[in-house]
Design a protein around this ligand. Structure first.
Ligand SMILES: [Fe+2]
Ligand SMILES: [Fe+2]
Length: 275
């Protein structure tokens, strides 16, 4: 799998992007915005974790994939920071504080966990992004909820997460990471990730003025958790990670990726690459 670093430079104009850019719904928008706020620091953590054990990689193809992975994550971080600046312009002035708080938290995580544990956390979160990405790429009902002005960012990010979904995992294997650490770190990461994402989401909902108005978030909550239950539907793919024989490539996304490479970067593509 070729993992190219694409120099993507997107621009987000707070005046033309609607404040509720997912499905015209404040709950769903703040849910996705909370994810976006976690990406830049989170992805930097992934890159550091992979770099820390990069010297264990002996396979030249994997070494090349690692370079691609680092380049892609750096680009995602850069573009999501721009996107997060737009969120500030939309009135979410707490965004930089959430980013700074996450940076301090991840600093403590790096001081506490071993390099193998940090890479296992990275594999866990890369599995989350891979299954979310596959859903977004493959389900028109879900992606069509995202406003056209910001859709290229989310689809490009989803596509590259799917492209590089096995890199951290393969490095972990080459570094002789154990199954027990991989599985236990997934459990820990699941709890911590949802707590952190929930806290950020609640803060954004408060700023948006919907936290104490359940009727404003009933629709979005229903869509995510009850019908069509976008998150519970991912449970089987999530649980597959706990098989000792699990590998990210056992879900074949080759055709989906080919389709999206064309859609995003083909001759009539949505995104023009910068030099
Ligand atoms: Fe990413
Ligand atoms: Fe990633």
């Amino acid at each position: 799998m070729d993992i190219p670093r694409r120099n993507v430079e997107l621009a987000f104009d707070p005046a033309t992007v609607p404040r509720d850019w997912v499905n015209d719904d404040a709950y769903e928008t703040t849910f996705m915005a909370a994810l976006s706020l976690l990406f830049p620091e989170g992805e930097q953590f992934f890159v550091r974790a992979v770099k820390a054990l990069q010297d264990r990689v002996t396979d030249p193809a994997l070494a090349k994939a690692v370079t691609g992975f680092i380049g892609q994550e750096a680009m995602h971080g850069r573009e999501h920071r721009m996107f997060n600046d737009m969120l500030v312009a939309h009135g979410f002035t707490e965004a930089p504080a959430i980013d700074a708080k996450l940076e301090r938290f991840l600093h403590r995580v790096r001081k506490t966990l071993s390099p193998h544990q940090q890479l296992a956390v990275t594999c866990a979160l890369e599995h989350f992004t891979a299954i979310l990405a596959e859903q977004l790429l493959g389900d028109p009902h879900q992606r069509d909820r995202i406003h056209a002005s910001v859709k290229p960012l989310w689809m490009w990010h989803a596509m590259e997460e799917s492209e590089h979904k096995a890199v951290a995992f393969d490095v972990y294997r080459e570094a002789n990471g154990t199954y027990s650490t991989r599985a236990s770190m997934m459990l820990l990461t699941t709890v911590v990730f949802f707590a952190v994402q929930f806290a950020a989401h609640v803060k954004l909902m408060q700023t948006r003025g919907i936290l104490d108005k359940p009727w404003r978030w009933a629709r979005g909550f229903t869509r995510l958790y009850l019908y069509p239950a976008l998150l519970p539907r991912l449970l089987p793919s999530y649980l597959a990670y706990f098989k000792p024989s699990f590998h990210p490539n056992e879900r074949d996304t080759t055709a989906l990726l080919a389709e999206w490479r064309e859609k995003l970067f083909g001759p009539q593509g949505w995104i023009e690459l910068a030099a």
